[in-house]
Design a binder for this molecule. Structure first.
Ligand code: NAG
Ligand code: NAG
Length: 582
């Protein structure tokens, strides 16, 4: 065959494969990388992108400039454990038993049995199955163990994350080593009340013995039992919060106890960078979940130059240091040439905790913009309206904004679509892919969104033809003149919340701060409220009963589930970055 003919034949033979792998075709077929940046307790008003002119968050703001800002973005719960479970699964926490029915709103111990049920599907599990390298760096707070200290059934590794480095629980103010205690902030007279209860019990036993209705042996037995149970179940864990919970794990190995704040922010960033390098080496798409430990209490700064830097005290310094972390990770994408193929999502797990203070009484909680209330409050918006920023070059128009109603539960189906995976039925999130492509002109995918506080439905939002309406069954029971309670408000009637026998209707399209109710005797109220109540009934009928993860038995501290390094010292230090300069 003459060379020219040979060349033509070869070209014809190669043509189909050339067409199939043409660069544009490849770009649309390729699974995008996914980077999730979730801040702990960051308020809506804590970032420049949401109108804060005095805090400096240029890196966070960059995501908005290069992508979209969702102005009406909501978490499924006003506190982290339930809210994070909803983000990961696209379902209301109540469908997974991840809702507290008592005053304890989050998991209090690493060594307990509570956790995100192992049969739930997280977006990480789906990503892993479809060929992604998946990693979670930072806070988990969705459980660890089931029946023994080695099973790690609720651990991120068992929920779809190939790699984990971080805190299985959360930062707690007790970890500062400055004598602060979360139990004390919430219940200032806790130990006094426990001691008085114990004394009263012992006194009654004594009386019972004296007047002869209780035999002596039974009295001694009951007294000992009372002392043991009180000490073991109600006092010891409170004193040991730091020892038992302040832990960093790499995969399932306990590498640091208690957590050292030295280079902590940098360590999370470095772990994230190393994860990216591994994914690039393996030639796999990645899903990296940077779940920052900041800006939750206790406040700390580990990056040189950040303490005392902001115009908003120590809390502001924490925000600016968190923004530094965001910048490092975005730079890491740029340096590896990954930015154009990566979806970036930035948000917070709940609103700012306005009642939080440091050990010296300095403010240590976020700013929720114009929205009222705080973390752990169900009915109002401060605890659930969070920053929502997304960047996806070539898909999301840069510098755009959407005021449509969106939920963090929407991230699950949206990411699945981006991965090219089918979206399961029975979830509560709705895909916002279309909205991301055309933020200005696309309507919200939701008709109704339900606002829970624990197991109680505190409010319902209706994306009605007349704008976004909100019906409130409860209100937080604020201390007079404030929008907070003593440390946190509870969800239950009489315990932090008040119930309205005639629900309150607000029109959020004209009254975002929820200051003026639509009168209950108005034509509008009578016309609209029955439709909202009907939607509530339909929603409640769709719930089936599942085992609760918030029973006392599941939440309580179990010594046999306790991880401890260098037993019995329970003290070790992650030395991996010792020689790396801060
Ligand atoms: C900006 O954020 C800081 C830190 O939370 C807060 O103190 C301040 O009030 C906010 N300012 C505005 C204008 O939102
Ligand atoms: C997980 O298991 C629990 C308890 O067996 C069950 O009630 C629940 O419906 C299951 N959830 C899923 C998503 O299969």
């Amino acid at each position: 065959m003459p060379p020219i003919k040979l060349a033509i034949v070869t070209l014809l033979l190669l043509l189909p494969s050339l067409v199939v792998t043409s660069p544009t075709e490849k770009a649309t077929k390729k699974q995008p990388n996914i980077l999730i940046l979730l801040v702990d307790d960051l308020g809506f008003g804590d970032i420049g992108a949401n109108g804060n002119t005095t805090i400096r968050t240029p890196n966070v703001d960059r995501i908005a400039k290069e992508g979209v800002r969702l102005s009406h973005h909501l978490t499924a719960a006003p506190v982290c454990t339930p809210s994070r479970s909803a983000l990961l699964t696209g379902k209301y926490p109540i469908r997974m038993g991840m809702v507290p029915s008592i005053q304890m709103q989050v998991f209090p111990f690493t060594a307990s049995q509570a956790g995100l049920p192992t049969n739930e599907t997280t977006f990480a599990k789906v990503a892993q199955r479809s060929g992604y390298r998946t990693g979670l760096i930072g806070k988990w707070h969705l459980g660890a163990h089931c029946s023994n200290s080695k099973d790690f059934c609720h651990h991120p590794n068992n929920h779809g994350f190939d790699y984990f480095y971080g805190c299985l629980l959360t930062l707690l103010k007790d970890f500062s080593g400055l004598g602060e205690s979360i139990l004390h902030s919430r219940f200032p007279h806790y130990y006094r009340n426990i001691s008085l209860t114990l004394l009263a019990t012992l006194a009654s036993l004594g009386v019972g013995y004296k007047i002869g209705i209780l035999p002596r042996k039974l009295c001694i037995f009951l007294a000992l039992l009372g002392v043991l149970v009180t000490g073991f179940l109600f006092c010891l864990p409170g004193y040991l919060v730091r020892t038992v919970n302040s832990q960093l794990h790499r995969q399932t190995e306990l590498v640091e106890q208690p957590i050292r704040f030295e280079k902590l922010t940098q360590r999370l960033v470095w772990e994230g960078e190393e994860f990216l390098d591994k994914a690039v080496d393996e030639g796999k798409p990645f899903l990296l979940f940077m779940s920052f430990l900041q800006v939750h209490s206790p406040l700390y700064n580990s990056v040189p130059g950040y303490r005392g830097r902001s115009a908003h005290g120590w809390y502001g310094d924490n925000i600016e240091e968190m923004d530094w972390s965001v910048g490092q990770i975005l730079d890491a994408l740029d340096k590896r040439g990954l930015s154009d193929d990566t979806i970036v999502y930035f948000s917070s797990d709940n609103g700012g905790h306005i009642e939080e203070t440091t050990h010296t009484g300095e403010r240590a909680g976020g700013h929720n913009g114009i929205y009222r209330g705080s973390k752990c409050q169900g009915a109002v918006d401060g605890g659930i309206r969070v920053p929502g920023l997304l960047r996806w070059p070539g898909v999301i128009p840069a510098g755009s904004q959407s005021n449509a109603l969106t939920s963090q539960m929407d991230i699950f189906p949206t990411l699945l679509e981006a991965m090219g995976q089918p979206v399961p039925s029975g979830i509560d999130g709705r895909s916002i892919t279309k909205l991301l492509r055309q933020p200005q002109s696309t309507k919200s995918p939701h008709d109704f969104l339900f606002q829970y506080c624990g197991t109680l439905l505190h409010a319902v939002r209706w994306n009605s033809p007349e704008g976004v309406l909100k019906l409130r069954h409860y209100s937080p029971n604020w201390l007079p003149g404030t929008e907070g309670c003593r440390y946190i408000c509870g969800c239950m009637e009489g315990l932090g919340s008040v119930r309205h026998s005639v629900p309150l209707l607000y029109d959020l399209s004209t009254d975002e701060r929820e200051t003026a109710i639509v009168p209950a005797d108005s034509e509008r109220y009578r016309r609209l409220v029955p439709q909202i109540l009907e939607a509530e009934r339909r929603h409640q009928a769709s719930l089936s009963s599942v085992p609760s993860q918030f029973t006392f038995a599941k939440l309580m501290w179990r010594p046999w589930l306790q991880d401890c390094c260098n037993f019995p010292l329970c003290n070790c230090r992650d030395t991996k970055y010792d020689s790396r300069p801060a």
